[in-house]
Design a binder for this molecule. Structure first.
Ligand code: HEM
Length: 501
């Protein structure tokens, strides 16, 4: 045999081995008797071009079969579960939560302290933080922070009205992101970052950096998800070093200043400082002990990343739909006027709670455009899927495709129609409790739900009370989504015509 033939034999042998190994791997779901979608080598069921995260799971969801709890699929070589049945989803998120409290995300606290936040942590660390921090999100604490949010909304209103003196058609995504940046800056860090007045404020720039310039491309993400131990050995960080330095410095300065000057404010930072100093916010948090400085920084940072983009896109899509549906906009404005008259024109905590139609608009916006498009859970130990003989192995990722469920015509008829009346108490009662998952569900749902709803309501009320929104030539119809952003957002922003009332 000449050299070329040897090389050729070697290459053919290698390719055959790879193909056999893929074929064996791709028999995983078939061997377990589970319904699955046929994968292709080497991507499995992942699309071959770059798509948004929702479009990795949506094509699988669309092949769901009646009465079948999930569809098996593969992300490259890894078998994953795409949940398709609402009862199965309820088992994972709620009934069998004791086995599904993990997300299995990459955390590297040694190299990157910010990665040790509650969203990514699992096990005892997550449980302890969740229990310690839950008392900072009660309705009593929301009432306490309410005036701080209204103050930012008032500044938002005056900035917008100044802008409208020279322009009438605006890109609103950036504007709303600046509003929620200021709210979280004020409530989580206790600083007046004023990105509304100054679009290039440091705080806003670091916010954009995290979402617009992710540290890793697809390969880095893959390394962190599929080979976390190797990634840790290679000291792979989740966030840029300068982002960590900025937030560490900011929290240190804030805590030092407040402790030296005995400053108290109505915000999360005040509550976090109390937890650091061993003050009990409730009986459970006292038993669990203090939170450390590092934990404060990571959690305040998490409130920032989890809170500003999710809430600003919720408001953004609400405004977009209100501009396209003037009758719904008018109905909301009338509710705001009627309730404010009852409360002598004052936007109080109770007045906002009474504006139920505004809240229905927020729910419908979260239904049609959920910022978090997939929820993720992993079984802590092997799990037998109820009603079947299928065993899910420990650590198998279960994806709950929120976007697909919210747009499923069998669950929400005419899903593309924006109709806040889907969220009247009667309508909600008539649906499966897992059909709306905008804030997730079960003991690991969104801890900031009340705060997210509160700031979105205050923002929307302020805008609808003072301005009328209309589509303009640049408004994207139909909506085109950005592919690379983790939170569901429009590709080119949203331009609207805004008229002062
Ligand atoms: C409209 C605004 C918001 C939306 C739509 C939203 C949505 C979500 C969703 C879907 C999850 C995952 C839940 C699950 O897996 O079941 C989540 C988790 C979380 N959210 Fe939010 N969120 C919002 C605002 C906020 C705010 C304002 C904060 C903090 C100030 C926050 C903090 C968190 C945290 C800490 C977690 C992780 C909880 C855990 O793992 O225990 N969110 N959010």
């Amino acid at each position: 045999m000449d050299n070329l033939s040897i090389v050729l034999c070697f290459v053919i042998g290698l390719i055959s081995l790879v193909l056999i190994s893929f074929k064996k791997r791709y028999a995983y779901w078939k061997d377990r008797g589970a319904a699955y979608v046929e994968p292709t080598i080497p991507f499995g069921n992942l699309p071959m071009r770059q798509v948004h995260f929702k479009d990795t799971t949506d094509p699988v969801y669309k092949q769901k079969k009646p009465g079948v709890p999930f569809m098996g699929a593969y992300f490259f070589r890894t078998p994953v579960v795409i949940a398709t049945d609402l009862d199965f989803i309820q088992n994972v998120l709620v009934k069998d939560f004791s086995n599904f409290h993990e997300r299995g995300m990459y955390v590297n606290e040694e190299d990157d302290g910010l990665s040790g936040h509650m969203f990514s942590l699992d096990g005892e660390k997550w449980k302890s933080l969740r229990t310690k921090l839950s008392p900072t999100f009660t309705s009593g604490k929301m009432k306490f922070m309410f005036p701080t949010v209204v103050n930012v909304a008032d500044r938002f209103n005056s900035t917008l009205s100044e802008i409208l003196e020279t322009e009438s058609e605006l890109e609103v995504r950036d504007l709303l992101a600046r509003f929620t940046t200021d709210v979280i800056g004020s409530c989580a860090f206790g600083i007046e970052c004023n990105s509304l007045k100054n679009p290039n404020s440091e705080f806003r720039n670091y916010g954009s950096k995290i979402f617009d310039e992710p540290l890793h491309g697809a390969l880095g993400q893959l390394l962190m998800i599929q080979y976390p131990n190797l990634a840790k050995k290679l000291h792979v960080r989740v966030f840029q070093k300068e982002v960590e330095d900025f937030f560490m410095g900011l929290v240190r300065e804030t805590i030092d200043y407040r402790e030296k000057n005995s400053v108290r404010r109505n915000d999360f930072m005040d509550l976090l400082i109390q937890l650091k100093n061993g003050v009990a916010l409730d009986e459970h948090s006292q038993k669990l002990g203090r939170v450390t400085f590092g934990e404060i920084v990571a959690q305040a940072f998490l409130f920032f990343i989890a809170g500003f983009e999710t809430s600003s896109t919720t408001m953004l899509f609400s405004l977009y739909e209100l501009a396209l549906n003037p009758d719904i906009q008018e109905k909301a404005r009338q509710e705001i006027e009627t309730v404010l008259t009852k409360y002598e024109g004052k936007l109080t905590y109770e007045a906002v709670k009474d504006m139920v139609y505004v809240d229905q608009i927020i729910s419908e916006s979260l239904r049609k455009y959920p910022p978090v498009v997939n929820l993720i859970r992993q079984p802590f130990k092997d799990y037998r899927v109820p009603g079947t003989k299928i065993i899910l192995e420990k650590g198998t990722s279960v994806f709950i495709p929120v976007f697909s469920i919210h747009r499923d015509p069998e669950i929400f008829p005419n899903p593309d129609v924006f109709d806040p009346d889907r969220f009247t108490p009667e309508q909600m009662k008539s649906r499966h409790p897992m059909s709306f998952l905008g804030f997730g569900e079960g003991p690991r749902n969104c801890i900031g739900l009340r705060f997210g709803r509160m700031q979105s309501r205050i923002g929307l009320i302020t805008l609808l009370k003072n301005y009328r929104l209309k589509p303009c030539a640049k408004t994207p119809i139909p909506m085109v989504f950005a592919v690379r952003r983790p939170v569901l957002s429009p590709k080119f922003g949203i331009h609207l015509k805004i008229e002062k009332l």
